[in-house]
Design a protein. Structure first.
Length: 251
């Protein structure tokens, strides 16, 4: 079993043991999304979004349990009511059928960067120049309305952004797209930095970030408590402090 799978299993078992007594916990469908949602070497969830949800749960007087899963499976757990909350997941019409995206939002939209192979001479300054490219995307992720709905674009799905960087390095795709900060961290990794380059083209997704509560969750009745807790964190600066951690340079 891979290390990440072992860490995820340890995280889930620890969460379930914690929830064994008393009221059932608020189950957090937890997909890795560095640097906002990560796991340390001991399988402990970390990152600004993670700490934000921990504090929301604390203020709402709810116990939090983590359910690690790839994004597509996390969304399925939310649809089935097997998980209660997600965070940082894009608000789309299809997802609103089973997720209630709670007000207030906690962050503004995101900037989307594109990467090519270092030796690819083709220009990528404008959106129209994307059409000849085979573009790596992550399964289940929604990027930007124009990009997501454009049938002229060729997309190649992969289970993770790491996989897309490896496919780009190997020449199996021509470009990849993802959140600006997330791509910057991976592109700087020793495995990739000589083989990829950032394209001048930058896309923007204006959709604010929200906590999502599963409509079929047994904890849906706690919506107001969760919203009040988040609002208090926005007012006292806790959210700004936590999100600022993702902007600090990495050592």
């Amino acid at each position: 079993m891979k290390l990440k799978s072992l860490l995820a299993l340890a995280c889930l078992l620890a969460s379930l043991r914690c929830a064994a007594a008393g009221e059932p916990p608020l189950v957090f469908a937890y997909n890795l999304f560095p640097p906002w949602k990560t796991m340390d070497a001991h399988g402990e969830p970390q990152g600004p979004y993670t700490e934000l949800m921990r504090e929301v749960a604390r203020r709402a007087k709810l116990r939090l349990a983590f359910l690690p899963c790839p994004l597509a499976r996390c969304l399925q757990y939310m649809r089935q009511g097997k998980a209660d909350v997600v965070i940082g997941v894009k608000n789309t019409a299809g997802r609103r059928e089973f997720i209630d995206f709670i007000d207030p939002s906690f962050a503004t939209g995101s900037r989307l960067a594109l990467y090519q192979r270092s030796d690819d001479p083709r220009p990528l300054h404008s959106y129209r120049q994307l059409y000849p490219f085979l573009i790596g995307v992550v399964e289940g992720v929604r990027y930007q309305d124009e990009f997501d709905g454009d049938l002229r674009l060729r997309r190649e799905p992969a289970p993770s952004l790491d996989s897309n960087f490896r496919k780009l390095k190997a020449g199996r795709i021509d470009a990849l797209i993802a959140d600006e900060r997330q791509t910057a961290e991976l592109a700087a990794d020793a495995e990739f930095h000589r083989h990829v380059k950032r394209a001048p083209l930058l896309l923007y997704s204006p959709e604010p970030r929200r906590i999502g509560l599963a409509i079929h969750s047994q904890r849906y009745a706690h919506k107001r408590r969760i919203a009040r807790a988040l609002r208090s964190m926005l007012q006292d600066g806790t959210v700004a402090r936590l999100l600022a951690q993702a902007q600090k340079p990495q050592s």
